[in-house]
Design a protein around this ligand. Structure first.
Ligand SMILES: [Zn+2]
Length: 360
């Protein structure tokens, strides 16, 4: 079996002897640069130079013209250097090297790359020592280090496993203290609500509203007749509310006074994923100040569940109401995805998250 190496893209290429590469018409960087060309594709094969560096072979059908500023670079007094592997590389300025994507090993290391290929160009430093340039495209991507300790490879949130675990333990302790705190809420003044809609956008309309209190009492549970939407096939499949069902239901306008009364009395109003619900229920209020007042009372059960899973159950990656209910082993009451069942489910999830929420 032939020697192989894996490229950054995941592709594997084989080692070829120069005569084998010749037969396939593959070209090295050196032969390409003599034709003022540079590769656009990844290497298709490689060989190892006597100094241990890699020499890549490129497919001649995947090349482009090298930028003129690099090949017009002082041609008359052009200087070259022969590497131990036989490749001839050109002297070029740092700026010209950068236009081709060539950098020094030191610069590449700062970008978290390690060089494996032989240099592709060079220049002289002020002290006359040689400075080599390497192609970033074929350099090896180094694993990123932990931003906290700098010693280990990153795992999550830019931290290594042990720094991440330490950070998580602190967050978990804070989160658990926040969730288990006593909130002294009056069950009668805590409301849970859910809406079913004709669709997922702002112009969509409300089809049903369910509101319950902290005791689980039903405060409002009604279908709503949309004013301008006649059918909602896509969402109908989810919540099962048909146009015929809402034919004789009240329109939102008629429900406004009662809704305002209910919400005015509440201290906290909780929903699962409030942003959609808020953007539709807010229309019962005419002015911004009223909406602002209402928004202050809203709590999002989904946000709290996401925080809980991040801190305690990193194995849970989705945060739908169904996910939250199964996390706490809560059974659905009624038809899942109806506003009643969702509201009841939301209340139970909230109470699982905040076990000392009420005073009564
Ligand atoms: Zn670390």
């Amino acid at each position: 079996m032939k020697n192989q190496i894996k490229l950054r893209s995941g592709a594997t290429i084989c080692q070829l002897r120069p005569e084998e590469a010749d037969k396939k018409k593959y070209l090295t960087r050196h032969s390409l640069s003599k034709m003022h060309l540079m590769p656009t594709g990844e290497p298709v094969a490689y060989d190892i130079a006597p100094d241990g560096n890699i020499i890549y072979y490129f497919d001649p059908s995947r090349v482009t013209e090298a930028p003129p500023e690099t090949w017009y670079f002082p041609r008359s007094k052009q200087e070259t250097m022969t590497l131990p592997g036989g490749s001839i590389i050109e002297r070029m300025s740092v700026k010209n090297a950068a236009t081709r994507g060539y950098y020094t090993a030191e610069r590449l290391e700062k970008m978290h790359y390690e060089t494996v290929e032989e240099p592709v160009a060079y220049t002289y430093k002020a002290d006359k020592s040689v400075l080599y340039f390497y192609d970033k495209k074929t350099a090896k991507r180094l694993p990123l280090m932990c931003v906290q300790c700098g010693k280990d490879i990153r795992y999550r949130k830019k931290l290594c496993v042990s720094c991440y675990e330490k950070d998580l333990a602190v967050r978990r302790e804070e989160g658990n203290a926040y969730r288990s705190a006593a909130y002294n809420m009056d069950r009668a003044k805590v409301l849970f609500f859910d809406l079913e809609l004709t669709g997922f956008y702002d112009h969509d309309e409300i089809l049903s509203i369910t509101i319950i209190d902290g005791f689980g009492n039903s405060i409002m549970d009604t279908l709503v007749k949309p004013v301008s939407t006649k059918s909602w096939k896509r969402t109908e499949e989810i919540h099962k509310i048909t146009p015929a069902m809402v034919k004789d239901a009240p329109v939102l306008e008629e429900l406004k006074p009662r809704l305002k009364e209910i919400f005015a009395d509440a201290e906290n109003i909780i929903a699962y994923g409030v942003s959609t619900d808020y953007s539709h229920i807010k229309h019962i209020y005419e002015d911004e100040a009223e909406r602002e007042e209402f928004h202050k009372k809203i709590r999002c059960c989904a946000n709290e569940f996401v925080r809980y899973t991040h801190e305690n159950r990193p194995d849970i990656v989705h945060a739908s109401l169904t996910d939250a209910m199964s996390c706490f082993e809560i059974e659905w009451e009624g038809v899942a995805h109806s506003s009643v069942a969702d509201t009841l489910g939301c209340r139970k999830v909230w109470e699982a998250l905040f076990p000392n929420y009420y005073c009564n």
